[in-house]
Every structure is written in structure tokens, then in C-alpha cells.
Ligand binder design. Structure first.
Ligand code: ADP
Length: 628
């Protein structure tokens, strides 16, 4: 068949365009990307061969080979991994399958426009192969899938201008060979020592040998150079599986390089957790918490979890069974000595080893977070900003550890400066002598909450209130109910039981007014009562102690959930001049009705709700103002 020309998918062209023209300075990572792909391809062959003997034909002497040709100005990277069929090549090297590609492109384009620094985005989405075009203006790939005939290979070529070609080819050894024709300014990469350095820096722990032919002087029997040279195959990487070593033997630098290698992250991880469990059950883990949340942290179809290795073979790229959902930001490697190599997902889900491993991982991770919170509060604050929302899910789902996780939560409060945070333990340490409950208020932002009328009395009494600004907070902390014997109390819900006796003493005086107002408002409110919550506002709306939080209700409605608004309790402030005056002077039905309606509307506005008839509201207020 002749050479066939094909267009790149638009997204690929766009990515290529940015990759080629950005100011990205760290171009040498192209080699890490290609070696990583080669290593993945060998992992796949090693794994598939376990159940399909055809795959192992042609040998299992797994190897990645690098060769530089200074005359042709090419670098060739070859592997004897799984290889690709023609269709796979078209799909893998001409399109981008990731569901988040569009989003990624947008971020990439923005970062590129801002300062040309796309480094921390590259790789996250698998631009891996395309990074070859950072150093080369022509790339050719020849690949043959293991288990297929010698003449069924495919050659793929492109100079990155919107198109590529594919044609039939023949290849003796199964696997993939990628040849880069370097651009002039990248000729330094042709030097052996440069390649050795790059491999040493980024790919040392690749578990297959990365080899390069080099010329060695031949010595005579007395150890003198003969002037002749021989070609020897030199292995460039140490192949140490970092995660299997003892923690004490691994340097922070090695951990960081390894992290960057597996995640393509440009920034170092926030925390590294390495441990081994030995005894009746054996496994090793090297885990990381990234500095930044991935773009798809809240995508329902995204897969998370560390890699799972069994006896040095990668069994799964993301093993979700290893970590609970609320720790899904963990990446890294876990290797088990006890699982069978051909384990299936179904077996994993009910495997005792898996649950023991998960338990250990959870414990070690929560310990590491607690240490960070204690010893490096600033760093911990950054972590919590990125992943706090995910971590808090654990308070809801992990009953056994709900208090341990709640301890890790950070909040702003009426006692912190904007941007600063506090913990539940610190809150408790500041509680007033007679205070029993932990007060909180929910809403979209600190700014919105700071001046809320619901805080008036609490502020006056110097009772601290936590600002809960995540939509899920009310469900999580309301659901947790108690922390160290202290009950969570939303200042927007139920009875706060502040100055109970004062309220009771006044109840009699206001009996008639309360009744009249309820009649005037009818079904709009569940009931009307006096409040001690307020100081300078006349009224507010609250929900029952067990009702859905108003903020949550608004969010659910915004998400399209059909739900009747929960009935509110109107609370009026018996010390407010308006209420006092109404109690004294309003006998007249029409006026009372009008005022009750206006007070209700005001309370709605204070709560952040819309009022039913804004035009009517404005007219009435204006008319009252005109009486002056
Ligand atoms: P990613 O590796 O993140 O998926 P890449 O652009 O680096 O993204 O590679 C795209 C796909 O091309 C890979 O997922 C793999 O299927 C295929 N591929 C790349 N290099 C090789 C190789 N050396 N051997 C076999 N398949 C490869």
C-alpha cells in the first residue's frame, strides 16, 4: 500500500503549535517522555504475556535502546515492548483521547499567552509523545505489535505541520522505534555524555535497562591502550525500584525526581509518604500528595489512585481500590508481594490484602497530614486549599476516622483575619467558660457572612462563629453533629438558646403582635417567634434545627433539583425600635399587614433569597419614606 497522508485532529495541531513555539525551556524532558512511553509499552507486553504466550515470542529480554547519529543528526529510541498496529498508531499519535483535552488546551493557551510558561501543564494530559517536536522538526516512528508478522509493521512520519503519513513497513524485532531529526539548535543532544546525564536525571529508576552503544578503548594484556576500540552496550540507569528500598536509603532528591517522572509534574510534591509493611503480609508504598489539584479532581469519570505493582510488574495504572475516595489526590506506587499477577478488578474489590493495604495507606496518610499541620502550618494551609474539600468527604464517609479527619479541617472564623484559618481544636480552646456549642454560619464567602445579622448577638457576646463556605460543609459538620462533646450549631437554624430567659420574659408582651403577624403572613412562614439572635436588625428567617441548610437548598435548586422551599420560621427582635413601635401602636389591620409583609421581605433579602415582588417592595418602602 502506498503512503497515506492524514490530518492531525485539531486539538493535536493546537498542542503541537504550542509545544513547538512556547518558551518552554526544559526541552530535555522529551527523552523522559519517550522513555516513559517505552517503559509503559514493555510493562504492557510483560503483563499481557502472562495470559497470551504469543506476546513473549521474540524474547523477554526487555530493553530500551538509545542511539545517536551525529552525522544524520538523529536520536533513535527503541523498545521491545508491546508495539502498535497501524490503527493504534493513527489513534495514539494522531488524536488525543483524553476527555479533558479541550479544558487542558484552554489552560495551555492561557498559560502560554500569559508568560509562555507551560511547564506545569505539559505531560499532565499526555502530550508526552508530542514533546518530541520540541527538539525535532521531523519524527518517524516504526512499530510492530508483538504477536504479528514481520511485514505487518507500520511507519509513521510527520514534520508537525498539521499532517502525518502512514505506510506499511517491515520490522525484524517487535516493538517501537522512534527517530528524531533534531533541529540545529538542539545538536548538543547528540553527545553521549549529554544523553547519559539526561537519563540519569530523569529516568534512573525505570525498571528496564536503558542501554546505549559506546566505544571503549581495547587494552592489551598489560593494561595499555592498543589504539583500537570496541563497541560495548552500556546500561545508563540503575533500575532501582525506589519504592522497594528502605526509606532511609532513599534521598529526598530521588523521591522528587521519581515523583516528577511518574506524574510529569513540574513542581515538587507537597508530601511524600514512604513505608513498607513486612510480616504475614508484605507490601511497599511510595506515595505523594501533589502541590496542585488536577483539573479533573471532581470529574465523575476520572480515575484516581496509585499504580499497583505485583512482583515488579505494573498491574494497574490507577488502582482505585488502594485509597478511599477522600484521599484520591494520592499518587505514587504500591507494590504487593502477596497478590497474584493475573488479578482481576472483581477480585481486587473483595480482596483481604487490598483492604489491609488501604487501611495502612489511610493511616500513614492521615498521620503525615497531622504532622504537616503541626510542623508546617503554612504548607498545610496550601494543601488544604487544594484538597480540603476532598479530604472533608472522609468526615462523612469514614465513620471510624471522622474525628481524626475533622481535626484536620481548617476554617476562617469571626476570630481570624481574612485569609487566616483556625481548627476545631483551636476553636474549642477559645470557647467561653459557659459555651457548649460550636457555632457556624454557612454562605458563599466570608465577605457575605461577616456582616450577617445572624451574627449580631454572638458578636456582642464575643462568641466565635466558624465561616463555612463550602456547599458541603453543612451536611458534613451538621452530620458529624459533635466534635469532642461539642455540638455543631448553625446560627441560621433552630433555637440558639442564647438569653432564653430574656426571650421568655418578653413573650407575653408580644403575644398579640406575633399572632397578628402570623395571620397577616399566613402560609409564607411556618411560625413567628421572638429572637435573641439579633441586635440591630428587626427580623430574620431561620429553619428548623433539622432542616436543610438554606445555602444547600439554593445550590440543589441551582443544580436543577425540584424541591419545595422549606418553610421558614420568622424571628423578630423585640428590642428593635420598629418592632417595639409595631407592638405599641399597630391596631390597624391594613398597616400591620403591610409592615409584616415588608419585614418578611427584608428577612428574605438578608438571607440572600429573592423576594417575590421586588417592584411592590420598592413602591411600599418609597411610600413610607415619602411620609417623612
Ligand atoms: P500518554 O503516554 O500520556 O498516553 P503519549 O502522547 O505519550 O500519551 O502517547 C500516546 C499513546 O501512544 C500511548 O498511550 C501509547 O498507547 C502509544 N505509544 C506511545 N509510545 C509508545 C511506544 N513506545 N510503544 C507503544 N505504544 C506507544
Amino acid at each position: 500500500m502506498a503512503v497515506e497522508k492524514k490530518e492531525f485532529q485539531t486539538e493535536v495541531s493546537q498542542i503541537l503549535n504550542i509545544v513547538i513555539h512556547s518558551l518552554y525551556s526544559n526541552k530535555e524532558i522529551f527523552l523522559r517522555e519517550l522513555i516513559s512511553n517505552a517503559s509503559d509499552a514493555i510493562d504492557k507486553a510483560a503483563y499481557e504475556g502472562l495470559t497470551d504466550s504469543k506476546i513473549y515470542e521474540g524474547g523477554t529480554d526487555w530493553k530500551i535502546k538509545i542511539a545517536a547519529d551525529p552525522e544524520a543528526k538523529t536520536i533513535t529510541i527503541s523498545d521491545n515492548g508491546i508495539g502498535m498496529t497501524r490503527d493504534e498508531m493513527i489513534k495514539s499519535l494522531g488524536t488525543i483521547a483524553h476527555s479533558g483535552t479541550k479544558e487542558f488546551l484552554k489552560q495551555l493557551q492561557e498559560a502560554n499567552k500569559a508568560d509562555g510558561n507551560i511547564s506545569n501543564l505539559i505531560g499532565q494530559f499526555g502530550v508526552g509523545f508530542y514533546s518530541a517536536f520540541m527538539v525535532a522538526d521531523h519524527v518517524s516512528v516504526i512499530s510492530r505489535k508483538r504477536g504479528t508478522a514481520v511485514d505487518s509493521a507500520t511507519r509513521w512520519e510527520s514534520d508537525a505541520q498539521s499532517s502525518y503519513t502512514v505506510e506499511e513497513a517491515s520490522k525484524e524485532a517487535a516493538g517501537t522505534e522512534i527517530t528524531l531529526h533534531l533541529t540545529d539548535e538542539n545538536e548538543n543532544l547528540l553527545k553521549d555524555w549529554e544523553l547519559r546525564r539526561i537519563v540519569g536525571t530523569y529516568s534512573d529508576y525505570i525498571s528496564y535497562p536503558i542501554v546505549m552503544d559506546s566505544q571503549k578503548a581495547i587494552m592489551d594484556s598489560e593494561g595499555k591502550e592498543t589504539g583500537e576500540k570496541e563497541t560495548v552496550e552500556e546500561t545508563l540507569n540503575s533500575m532501582k525500584a525506589l519504592w522497594l528500598k528502605d526509606k532511609a536509603e532513599v534521598s529526598a532528591e530521588e523521591q522528587e525526581q521519581f515523583y516528577k517522572h511518574i506524574t510529569h509534574d513540574y513542581e515538587p510534591a507537597t508530601a511524600t509518604i514512604q513505608f513498607k509493611v513486612e510480616g504475614s503480609m508484605e507490601f511497599a508504598a511510595l506515595l505523594f500528595i501533589p502541590a496542585h489539584a488536577p483539573f479533573n479532581l471532581f470529574h465523575a469519570d476520572a480515575t484516581f489512585g496509585p499504580m499497583l505493582y505485583v512482583k515488579r510488574v505494573q498491574i494497574m495504572e490507577h488502582c482505585e481500590e488502594l485509597v478511599p475516595q477522600y484521599l484520591r489526590f494520592l499518587t505514587g506506587v504500591v507494590e504487593s508481594g502477596d497478590l497474584p499477577l493475573n488479578i482481576s478488578r472483581e477480585i481486587l474489590q473483595n480482596n483481604r490484602h487490598m483492604s489491609v493495604m488501604q487501611k495502612n495507606i489511610v493511616r500513614k496518610t492521615l498521620d503525615a497530614l497531622a504532622d504537616m499541620q503541626r510542623d508546617e502550618p503554612e504548607k498545610y494551609g496550601k494543601f488544604f486549599k487544594e484538597f480540603g474539600k476532598v479530604l472533608k468527604e472522609g468526615i462523612h464517609y469514614d465513620h471510624e476516622r471522622r474525628e481524626t479527619i475533622a481535626k484536620l479541617a481548617l476554617f476562617e472564623s469571626t476570630a481570624t483575619k481574612a485569609g487566616d484559618t483556625t481548627t476545631l481544636d483551636d476553636y474549642i480552646s477559645r470557647m467561653k467558660a459557659e459555651q457548649k456549642d460550636i457555632y457556624y454560619i454557612t454562605g458563599a464567602s466570608r465577605r457575605e457572612l461577616e456582616n450577617s445579622p445572624y451574627l449580631e448577638t454572638l458578636k456582642e457576646k464575643e462568641l466565635e462563629v466558624l465561616f463555612m463556605t463550602d456547599e458541603v460543609d453543612d451536611i458534613i459538620f451538621g452530620g458529624l453533629h459533635q466534635y469532642k462533646e461539642h455540638t455543631f450549631k448553625s446560627v441560621m437554624k433552630g433555637d440558639l438558646e442564647l438569653d432564653k430567659d430574656v426571650a421568655e420574659a418578653k413573650a407575653k408582651d408580644y403575644e398579640v403582635l406575633l399572632k397578628q403577624m402570623k395571620e397577616a403572613l399566613g402560609d409564607k412562614v411556618e411560625s413567628i417567634r421572638l429572637t435573641t439572635r439579633l441586635k440591630s436588625s428587626p427580623a430574620c428567617l431561620v429553619v428548623g434545627a433539622n432542616a436543610l441548610d438554606p445555602q444547600m437548598e439554593r445550590m440543589m435548586r441551582a443544580m436543577g433539583q425540584m424541591m419545595p422551599p422549606s418553610k421558614r420560621i420568622l424571628e423578630i427582635n423585640p428590642d428593635h425600635a420598629l418592632i417595639v413601635a409595631m407592638n405599641k401602636e399597630l391596631g390597624d389591620d391594613a398597616k400591620l399587614k403591610e409592615y409584616a409583609g415588608l419585614i418578611y421581605d427584608q428577612a428574605l433579602l438578608l438571607e440572600g433569597e429573592k423576594i417575590e415582588d421586588p417592584a411592590g417592595f420598592v413602591q411600599k418602602i418609597s411610600a413610607i419614606m415619602a411620609r417623612v
